[in-house]
Write a protein that binds this ligand. Sequence first.
Ligand SMILES: C[S@@+](CC[C@H](N)C(=O)[O-])C[C@H]1O[C@@H](n2cnc3c(N)ncnc32)[C@H](O)[C@@H]1O
Length: 452
Amino acid sequence: MALGLFSPSIPYPVNVQLPEPFESRMQRLLGQDYPAFRAALEQPRALGLRVNPAKLSSEQVQSLPFLEGAVPWSEWGYYYQSDSRPSTHPFFISGGFYLQEPSAMAVAELAAPKPGQWVIDLCAAPGGKTTHLASFMEGQGVLVANEFTQSRVPKLMENVERWGARTTVLNNPLDRIARKWEGLFDVVVLDAPCSGEGMFRKDPEALSEWRESTPERLGRLQQDLIEQAATLTAPEGTLVYSTCTFSLEENEQVIEQFLRKHPEFQLDSAHLHPGFAEGFGLPETARLFPHRLEGEGHFMAKLVRTDGEEGDFSYEEHAKVSKPALKVWEEFRRGHLLGELDGVVTERAGHLYLVREHLPSLSGLKVPAPGIYLGEVRFERFVPAKALAHHLTLKQVSRPLEVGAAEAFKLEFGESVDVNAPDGWHWLHFSGVGLTWGVVKRGKLRPTPLRV
Ligand SMILES: C[S@@+](CC[C@H](N)C(=O)[O-])C[C@H]1O[C@@H](n2cnc3c(N)ncnc32)[C@H](O)[C@@H]1O
């Protein structure tokens, strides 16, 4: 059993001991607000989740027993009760909602891409902003999620898979992407690696790793990363920069230095809510402070590119599906899906993916998943992937099979359950939301072994 799934989040700080140099910096930064800030860190933090509008109806959302009220800056965001464990609800494993710190929900809200736009999330793992961006895009346009740290890619893929989102997942340094896709994206999100000072109450690891020199060191990295992000931004496109830290070096100073070098970018207001404070010396940028709202510390800047040229690019030439693979896939599709899927089916050594017809060329990039993983051809049979089950809705499948909450969790952990259903593959769901595929043989239902 994956422990993380059931470990309850701990909302109560256990006497947060802050490093002395951090305290004095914050005192200088906040002045008379400092005591309120310090007191807030001793309070329990607010816990949040964001619902998936592509999967849950408003009645289903309202029926969630642990909700405590709406996050004011996101129509999909809710607070939940600190003594509850939403990760034990089947809508969690089916991608009906994502657990996300409430302030972190402001970032994709600021980016707010429109359906059909080209969007890239450059520092994407574990996928909080990516899944949120996907909700804005309603399955249209291009959504690329890149993660630089290889060990963090599987979690990103799992979360994107659960969300059912049409996403191309990459694993590259940002300069490699920027050289290839100059000026192509309408919306670029740089949720930068940072010293995590805003998460000290939530994440003891950020606290133990903090050194006095950390903000300056990371400030230099962020200045380099924002250059790459700018290169990727199309004329009239939007670049959202965010961190979950308080230091000036990683926030306003990054933006000030960037604006000095890039007169073709202008700041736009990041103030989505009256509880957001103005950035120091940059009033259009937003500071989210735990003593001023129900959430952790964040910084956000919205930069709009006012001129420049769209770069040259070519479209990806999708690898054709081999004849035998196409035959078994088509057999499966006709037997289990109602109608065609929107997109192009492409093959990687027996593995099939559903991709956008028009994607910028991926050659030279590391691409763990070009699109939605459909499944694998094994011994002249098609084995459907869990990702495909999450992508589909009840209206698109011909062999749905409803399971209860206890069965849903057993299947999630690869266990078999007893059922009264005909042999063969079924789309398994809980209250109409897809969980996985399962194959029935003589009353035993086994979940598909395939994940992204
Ligand atoms: C704040 S986290 C991203 C959180 C994510 N956007 C979300 O909402 O779930 C920053 C990410 O930057 C990545 N990162 C670390 N060093 C990097 C670098 N040099 N270039 C690009 N990304 C880096 C980290 O691995 C981490 O996943």
